[in-house]
Write a protein that binds this ligand. Structure first.
Ligand code: ADE
Length: 230
């Protein structure tokens, strides 16, 4: 799967995505993460990409043309029909189902804004999806793009060592994950629940399901409602 990020800070994406599981997946050729520097498409002799907002107000606005040219360049590489995701606190709030939907695509383009936003006219022309990663405001779209890439890439077959684990973790079926334990069997006087040492798979599964229900009821009752109504 191809991820292409249009940004003023390509090094942020490159550094953030070259370690751990994403780094390994890139090296193995399961995913490709590329960046385009929007500044490279500046039409200004000082390589400026922002200007004052019409109508006044604080901050600067990213200009339409360099953003347009960067996105068109990415589309030329990945295909004219590639979805372009603009990261913005005004977008639809990202969740697991959205990650699953995006993971079906062969390629995705992420557009990261900075300053007070991007000229609306270019957004109207290039953006297919407006996505927020939560109700708070960050300084730019790079961290949100990385959050989305991480959540989507782990669903690509082969990216996780253990192919089943993408499916059974938190939010599958709107339940939080059950608690996990590893050796030693006693730590700080706390014992691993006996059932997990029993080797009885049906009992273990039932115990885990009950834990998931209890946790979800306690920490995310909103999710439990969704689980029940399925
Ligand atoms: N850009 C700034 N804040 C953001 C957020 N919460 N989600 C997505 N993009 C953003």
């Amino acid at each position: 799967m191809n991820f292409h990020v249009c940004t003023l800070f390509p090094e942020m994406i490159e550094q953030g995505c070259q370690t751990s599981i994403l780094g390994r997946a890139s090296k193995n050729g399961l995913i490709q993460i590329e960046t385009t520097n929007i500044r490279d498409f500046s039409t200004n002799k000082h390589m400026k990409v922002d200007d004052y907002p019409y109508g006044g107000g604080a901050g600067m606005v990213m200009q339409a043309e360099p953003v347009y040219a960067a996105c068109e360049y990415a589309k030329q590489k990945l295909g004219e029909k590639t979805r372009v995701i603009y990261l913005t606190p005004q977008g639809n709030v990202f969740h697991q189902k959205m990650a699953e939907d995006f993971a079906k695509e062969e390629s995705l383009i992420f557009l990261c804004g900075h300053y007070e936003g991007i000229d609306e006219r270019v957004l109207e022309e290039v953006v297919t999806d407006y996505v927020s990663i939560g109700d708070y405001v960050l300084t730019g779209g790079e961290l949100p793009a990385m959050v989305m890439i991480d959540a989507i890439a782990r669903l690509v077959p082969g990216v996780l060592n253990n192919d089943v684990s993408a499916d059974i973790e938190s939010f599958h079926d709107n339940l939080l994950e059950y608690p996990q334990y590893t050796r030693p069997p006693v730590w700080h006087d706390k014992e691993v629940p006996e059932v997990l040492l029993s080797g009885h798979h049906a009992r273990i599964e039932e115990w885990r399901y009950q834990c998931s229900l209890e946790r979800t009821a306690k920490w995310r009752p909103d999710l439990l409602e969704k689980h029940k109504s399925k």
